[in-house]
Ligand binder design. Structure first.
Ligand code: GTP
Ligand code: MG
Length: 171
């Protein structure tokens, strides 16, 4: 680093179906530090801990990307200031991430769908995923391997490019 630059933080919400590979992707890309935060418990009789996987990677010496993998009920708390969302779909049952797709579509948060392809399982065609999730035409769908750093980084870059393109397009 030859001179100080104003740091810029980018927040990306990692969402998707249960067991789709969200934690695996955050770990692969950054080395996650699992944190716990307190939330009112569903019964309303106390507090419960909510797991949050936080990942962090830097781009050049100016940009820091924070990855927040939190359960659905916490999306409201983190989606507001987020640059975008990475929706991880389990390639064996992509429809599991439909609630995430509906949530970010309704909020107008830019997102891409990363289809985590488990080995030995049939890889769904892009059109199949689009139909199962009712995706708008402009939403990128990419295959990924959540365990591989290069693959996770590639989908994150695609998301940032998609968000930038959206920002540059008049409403
Ligand atoms: N074989 C294989 N296993 C994977 C892959 N991605 C994730 N897994 C495994 O699948 C299981 C679920 O992955 P997680 O990363 O914990 O999924 P998650 O989306 O964080 O799950 P929840 O937090 O429970 O919603 C773990 O045992 C992972 O090791 C993959 O690409 N291939
Ligand atoms: Mg997880």
């Amino acid at each position: 680093m030859d001179r100080w630059r104003l740091p810029v933080a980018i927040t990306v919400v990692i969402a998707g179906g249960g067991g789709a590979g969200k934690t695996t992707l955050v770990r692969a890309v950054s080395g996650a530090r699992p944190l716990r935060t307190e939330e009112p418990s569903p019964g309303g009789d106390g507090w419960t801990s909510v797991p949050v996987d936080v990942g962090r990677l830097t781009i050049g010496d100016q940009y820091t990307v924070y990855l927040l993998d939190t359960p659905g009920p916490v999306w409201d708390q983190v989606a507001g200031g987020a640059t975008g969302a990475l929706v991880v779909a389990d390639g064996r049952r992509p429809e599991g991430c439909r609630p995430a797709v509906e949530y970010f579509t309704a909020r107008h948060t830019p997102f891409v769908v990363a289809v985590n392809c488990f080995e030995g399982a049939r890889r769904p065609a892009e059109e199949e995923v689009r139909q199962a999730l009712g995706l708008a035409a402009g939403v990128p769908v990419m295959a990924c391997d959540a365990r591989r750093r290069a693959s996770g980084t590639q989908v994150l870059i695609a998301l940032l490019e998609h968000a930038l393109a959206r920002a540059a397009t008049p409403a």
